[in-house]
Ligand binder design. Structure first.
Ligand SMILES: Cc1cc2nc3c(=O)[nH]c(=O)nc-3n(C[C@H](O)[C@H](O)[C@H](O)COP(=O)(O)OP(=O)(O)OC[C@H]3O[C@@H](n4cnc5c(N)ncnc54)[C@H](O)[C@@H]3O)c2cc1C
Length: 370
């Protein structure tokens, strides 16, 4: 990473993620993986340890904003892989750290598998288990909505390792080679970013080596709590980035579109909406920056992180929908990018946990705080 990395990332996006290319990679899995490898191959992120190297983490958040302003599919694949890389390089053993570094350079792809059919918001209901034998671990269960599984080399899987203990004291995170015997993957069709499929995965007595656990046996809760915090910040960053792109587009569009003899922008009802968007994007960005800085300083800013995610994602939905109205009937056409932004942006409502879940967490922390 150099002082100029952020500008280099912008330049990379301008060249590699033009509107024409983004349309082309829509529904094309190979192109998305190729783009990820190309992005990561630039070497902007050789390691990702928030506390040892805060600058790299700041750059990751900045990259999240920049890339999502061009393509949600690419920011999605970067987000999934870099959060996995962070878990591997921060909590992993030497071998896992090496894999994490290769994820950061695009040589290896990973994904994260926590959610199950009956364990989304209700994570306490996780049923997947890993049982230890004399020689190995045996993983058994079915996961849901694991994004990127079908193109990944490794899957980071959450499983119960002590069924007699509460989940936060009895779960572990496993590094599972996708090619291990007993794994079946089924891509699920989505309303957007199908080129980076979310998948159902069946683990049928998958045998894993003794050293497959990341971060220690029964200690998975701490690892995924940390990853969740980073993921929420990445989501907030992607909402800020996408919203900025929509605002820029609306400024240009309303300046050129003539309605009743004058540019749409001159109608106060329209330009006030753009002003409101500007204020909200700035507010979301400041909430995000505040949460990032608190995390880097070693604090556990749960209220700030969840708050930044809730505010940014709700703002981004509001802006996407307003854009659909502001550009009129063209908003409904595939020819214009606005409908794609609306569809792709909806992911922020679920990723990193729904906003209702964030507010439940915040409510618990508020009570402790006051
Ligand atoms: C495109 C996409 C990609 C995803 N990628 C991944 C991934 O890579 N890995 C992974 O593990 N998971 C992934 N997920 C899963 C995601 O984290 C879950 O969808 C999310 O946690 C919600 O779980 P659920 O869908 O089961 O909803 P449910 O738990 O069924 O919740 C349904 C609704 O009820 C609300 N609700 C539930 N409980 C409460 C409560 N106590 N109080 C108030 N409201 C409540 C929820 O907010 C939601 O609105 C992905 C999801 C999507 C849509």
């Amino acid at each position: 990473m150099t002082a100029n990395s952020s500008n280099e990332i912008k330049d990379w996006c301008t060249t590699h993620l033009t509107e024409k290319i983004i349309r082309k990679i829509d529904n094309d899995q190979t192109s998305v993986v190729r783009s990820y490898k190309d992005f990561a191959g630039n070497g902007w992120f050789e390691s990702l340890n928030i506390f040892e190297d805060p600058e790299t983490f700041r750059l990751l958040i900045e990259a999240g904003k920049i890339v999502s302003g061009y393509s949600s599919a690419i920011s999605n694949i970067i987000g999934v892989n870099y959060v996995c890389a962070m878990m591997l390089t921060t909590f992993g053993n030497d071998h896992q750290k090496e894999i994490g570094k290769k994820v950061l350079t695009g040589d290896i792809l990973t994904c994260f598998s926590l959610t199950e059919h009956d364990a989304g918001s209700d994570i306490q209901n996780i049923k997947t288990t890993a049982t230890q034998t004399d020689t190995d671990w045996v993983l058994h269960g079915r996961k849901y909505l694991s994004t990127g599984a079908v193109v990944s080399d490794y899957i980071l899987v959450v499983a119960r390792t002590s069924t007699d203990k509460p989940l936060n004291k009895g779960m572990s995170l496993f590094l599972v080679p996708r090619e291990a015997g007993g794994i079946e993957i089924f891509p699920l069709e989505k309303i957007a970013t199908n080129e980076y499929a979310s998948c159902e995965i069946n683990f049928d007595s998958v045998r894993l080596s003794q050293d497959s656990i990341i971060g220690g046996q029964d200690l998975g809760w701490g690892v995924i709590a940390f990853a969740g915090a980073v993921e929420r910040l990445m989501i907030a960053a992607s909402c800020v980035g996408l919203s900025l792109t929509i605002l820029k587009y609306l400024n240009e569009y309303t300046g050129q579109r003539i309605v009743q003899g004058r540019p749409l922008y001159e109608i106060q009802l329209i330009n006030h909406q753009l002003v409101d968007m500007t204020i909200k994007i700035k507010a979301a960005d400041l909430l995000l920056t505040n949460a990032v800085e608190l995390l880097i300083s070693g604090k556990t800013p749960t209220l700030e992180i969840c708050g930044a995610k809730v505010f940014a994602s709700e703002m981004q939905q509001e802006i996407s929908l307003a854009a659909m109205k502001i550009i009129g009937g063209r908003g409904y056409l595939k020819e214009y990018p606005v409908e794609r932004w609306l569809r792709e942006g909806l992911l922020s409502l679920y990723a990193g946990g729904t906003n209702e879940l964030q507010k439940n967490i915040m409510a618990r922390h508020l009570q402790k705080k006051f």
